[in-house]
Design a protein around this ligand. Structure first.
Ligand code: GDP
Ligand code: IMO
Ligand code: MG
Length: 424
């Protein structure tokens, strides 16, 4: 039994939801520990598709409990809509879901502020999901946040909300944006509070006890390492720590209790939002990969930018997180390409430069060094054995494994739970 983390090694949308659902089969707990509903994790079960934004993706397994940890920023409206969908599927969340009182709330003014800042940035916008993530975390850091904890005492919640909303309305006014209606918001929040209260419980003792009893805990990372608040080419980041260290603060797991760090790696690159993407490709090829891979944002529906696999960046992701196993996803999407490229390093002004040495201005200018691979024409989505893969495809996988020096746990060749190739 173990405590394992599943994290995205690129710019998000690597297929973490599928992998968490698959590996949660034997998990006692699945824990989200950072981020909020800027995440969109997809789980496909037969003909049905589920999108998880806050509730951990392991919720479908009978004996698995799911925890929304203290490091998460939680929009009550989104949480409740997710709860409604799951309850309509017959899932008894009362027996499964635990919400940490430490999580901070995303409140209506956070969303308005996110939208207002993006609009004011104009051409220099960051391309946020406009879900209020940055403003909610910045309130947390400046002691202006309101936590899930505060929902338990309505009178004091009301006071805090009125104070914060009053200040935020002044800022919205300065942006020339309509202020939020404080009483209307409070009415909605009062109803939402009633729904959420029964699920609030500090998760530290629960997880500590689970560790002592050697139960299996999975930590569900959101976004991707290249979006980490501190380790990304800031400001093209998300507002939480996506590196695995985020789970020590966000879920209260002692660092040495973590067993495996499983990195999810998409066989190519995608990114939603602005910011540098050294291996970006355009035109017909990018469109073809986007359409085949349905590379549109799970949360916002925006078309994802497409690029070749960037192993210079991924090498950094593996190193900073001590990744000891990777799962490669969406390999099936690359079928039919004549040539496939992998970036093995960057050059800047003729000199070798590492991903971690670059700020956003350098990353915009670096020239990727590519290794070219012959593609394969066969559809591999029905393949379940490594030995049955086309030789070109095996070569591609072998190169990734050798370059990163990390074991491939399995390869995913379809969105469904069982569309995987075990690598022995
Ligand atoms: P996440 O945010 O990392 O959970 O990823 P998303 O759910 O945002 O995006 C991944 C998309 O790819 C989803 O639509 C998945 O259903 C789908 N997907 C995951 N793994 C595979 C795979 O191996 N092959 C294909 N074709 N689709 C996949
Ligand atoms: P999952 O968990 C892809 C990106 C946004 C934007 C930047 C900042 O589904 O992989 P934010 O709203 O967080 O302030 O936006 O971060 N971003 C993601 N991109 N997948 C995600 O999550 C993302 N979460 C945030 O597009 O560029
Ligand atoms: Mg996603």
């Amino acid at each position: 039994m173990s405590a394992d983390a599943i994290i995205g090694l690129q710019w998000g949308d690597e297929g973490k939801g599928k992998i968490v659902d698959l590996l949660a089969r034997e998990a006692d707990y699945v824990v989200r520990y950072h981020g909020g509903n800027n995440a969109g994790h997809t789980v496909v079960l037969g003909k049905k598709k589920y999108f998880f934004r806050l509730i951990p993706s392991g919720v479908f397994h009978k004996n698995t409990h799911v925890i929304i940890g203290g490091g998460v920023v939680l929009d009550p409206e989104v949480l409740i809509s997710e709860m409604d969908i799951l309850e309509s599927e017959g899932i008894n969340l009362k027996k499964k879901l635990i919400i940490s009182p430490r999580a901070h709330l995303i409140l209506p003014y956070h969303k308005e502020l996110d939208i207002a800042y993006e609009k004011a940035r104009g051409k220099k916008k960051l391309g946020t999901t406009k879900r209020g993530i940055g403003p909610a975390y910045s309130d947390k850091v400046s002691y202006n946040g309101i936590r899930v904890y505060d929902l338990s005492d309505w009178k004091s919640f009301e006071q805090k909300f009125k104070f914060q909303a009053g200040v935020k309305n002044k800022i919205l006014n300065a942006f020339g944006v309509k202020p939020i209606n404080i009483n209307k918001s409070l009415n909605s929040l009062k109803k939402q509070r009633t729904r959420i209260l029964p699920f609030i419980k500090d998760s530290f003792e629960i997880l500590n006890d689970a560790l002592a009893k050697r139960k299996k805990i999975l930590f569900e990372g959101a976004h991707g390492i290249m979006l980490d608040l501190d380790w990304s080419p800031y400001p093209f980041a998300t507002a939480s720590n996506t590196v695995v260290g985020g789970l020590n603060t966000g879920a209260g797991l002692p660092p040495k209790s973590l067993n495996n760090v499983i990195g999810v790696l998409k066989a190519f690159t995608s990114r939603v939002g602005e910011g540098p993407l050294p291996t970006e490709i355009y035109g017909r090829l990018a469109n073809a990969i986007r359409e085949r891979g349905t590379e549109y944002g799970t949360t916002t529906g925006r078309p994802r930018r497409i690029g070749w696999l960037d192993l210079e960046a991924v090498r950094f992701s593996c190193a900073i997180n001590n990744v000891n196993e990777i799962v490669i996803t969406k390999l099936d999407i690359l079928s039919g390409l004549i040539e496939i490229k992998i970036c093995t390093g960057y050059r800047l002004n003729g000199k070798k430069v590492r991903y971690s040495e670059c700020g956003y201005k350098e990353l915009e200018k670096v020239k990727p060094v590519y290794k070219s691979f012959p593609g394969w024409i066969e559809d591999i989505s029905a393949v379940r054995k490594f030995s049955n893969l086309p030789p070109e495809c095996k070569n591609y996988l072998k190169f990734i494994k050798k370059f990163l020096g990390v074991k491939i746990k399995f390869v995913s060749v379809g969105a469904e739970r069982n569309a995987n190739i075990k690598i022995s």
